[in-house]
Design a protein around this ligand. Structure first.
Ligand SMILES: [Zn+2]
Length: 284
């Protein structure tokens, strides 16, 4: 079973980390996902891409997404940026507009995840307090629901919440906040599917084997199982596909933030923790 092999690999990496905490850690990527990024324009400006700061942050968001999914041995591919002028959806006013948007400009390959970058959500969807909204899939009795669509707001970029994309992709990949696959999500605020704001604005705050610091956006064993068995569960629509030949991902060996930085980060989170960063239609 690939899952078993991967767990063993992680164990080996963790043991190595004890011996050499600053040595770069490498894991094998043997699955992949591909994202179709669609930037919605109102005709004069384009969500995210019109702001040079956000363009720079987008590159970090991509790095964060890869660092997070490396835990599951998944490579994250990005297609070329696509811009669509459609002033109706520059701001997604309500659930009706959301549902219409995720049917537009879809990739011809149903396995490719369509990701829409919009300027904002209407108040009924959370306004600037919602940083991303996406389709929640489930695996029930071996059946994968197979919905496709992620939306990301500029608010994710203005807050520099670099793990927002990975969290919203998680919903498409059948990870939930705390309902399935078990009644609880382990690790609380340190879990990728934590529904509040974990305060991740630097790559160093994201989990790495043997790392220290905040170690946010971890995947627990059940979530790893969901991700690593989705292709076997549904080989028609699963966004997760085998990667052959396999590749490797090396975690950066940079020192993680010390205690002072950790305390500062927690202080900031105390003020920002109320934000509803992560909400999706269909979730309760
Ligand atoms: Zn969520």
């Amino acid at each position: 079973m690939p899952t078993t092999l991967f767990c063993r690999l992680l164990t080996l990496v963790a043991l190595c980390a004890l011996a050499a905490p600053l040595r770069a850690q490498t894991v094998t990527l043997d699955f992949q996902i591909t994202i179709n990024p669609i930037f919605i324009s109102n005709g004069s400006s384009t969500a995210v891409l019109s702001n040079a700061t956000y363009v720079d942050r987008f590159a970090v968001f991509k790095e964060a997404t890869q660092k997070i999914y490396a835990q599951a041995g998944i490579k994250v591919n990005w297609q070329a940026n696509e811009t669509q002028v459609n002033s109706t959806y520059y701001v997604v006013d309500n659930l009706t507009e959301y549902n219409a948007l995720i049917g537009l400009y879809t990739d011809s390959n149903p396995r490719v995840i369509n990701m829409y970058f919009v300027q904002n959500y209407g108040s009924s969807l959370g306004g600037t307090n919602a940083w991303g909204l996406s389709e929640q899939n489930f695996v029930i009795s071996g059946n994968y629901s197979g919905l496709n669509g992620v939306t990301i707001s500029e608010s994710a970029f203005s807050n520099n919440a670099i793990d927002t994309i990975a969290h919203e992709i998680g919903h498409n990949l059948a990870l939930t906040h705390n309902v399935l696959p078990a009644n609880t999500v382990a690790l609380g605020i340190s879990n990728l599917m934590y529904s509040g704001n974990p305060g991740v604005t630097t790559l160093a705050n994201i989990y790495s084997p043997g790392g220290t610091g905040l170690q946010r956006d971890q995947l627990d064993s059940q979530q790893l199982t969901v991700l690593r068995t989705l292709y076997a569960t549904d080989n028609t629509f699963s966004p997760i596909q085998p990667l052959s030949p396999t590749e490797s991902y090396t975690y950066s060996a940079i020192p993680e933030p010390g205690t002072a930085a950790l305390i500062a980060g927690l202080t900031v989170m105390g003020f920002a923790g109320w934000r509803l960063r992560r909400r999706g239609p269909g979730e309760s």
